[in-house]
Design a protein around this ligand. Sequence first.
Ligand code: CA
Ligand code: CA
Length: 140
Amino acid sequence: MIRVITALATVGALGLAPAPEAPASAARAQTPATVVVTPDALTVPEDGGAATFAVRLSAPPASRVAIMTRMNGTGDWSTPPVIVTFGPTDWDQPQSVTVYAVSDPDTIDDTTIVTLSASGYLADHVTLTQLDDGRTGLHH
Ligand SMILES: [Ca+2]
Ligand SMILES: [Ca+2]
């Protein structure tokens, strides 16, 4: 059942340029490619706490893709306008993303789910909790 592809070998021997290779990502599509975020959850103090997590891809993209960030939850957070992108050569090298907790007027611990997605990839999440410092503006 194994066919030896002599035609291709002949083309190579004659010095003709072979057809461009298909992107490696197209070769194995057994499991869907995903954005990978670690860790799954972080807890930070309310007033300026920095929640830093790492993001990478599970498989190489055909061309550079940008990570999109969406937050869904409560609490005040500050997200620096940093655009994280991954290309065919650095897709597996984690990049850091930092979100800062901002002090709010209530005394409730707030939680938000950060969803990171990229075109052609399944999204991943990190759950951020900010421990409220309990300051309500009232003095004893
Ligand atoms: Ca507060
Ligand atoms: Ca709060």
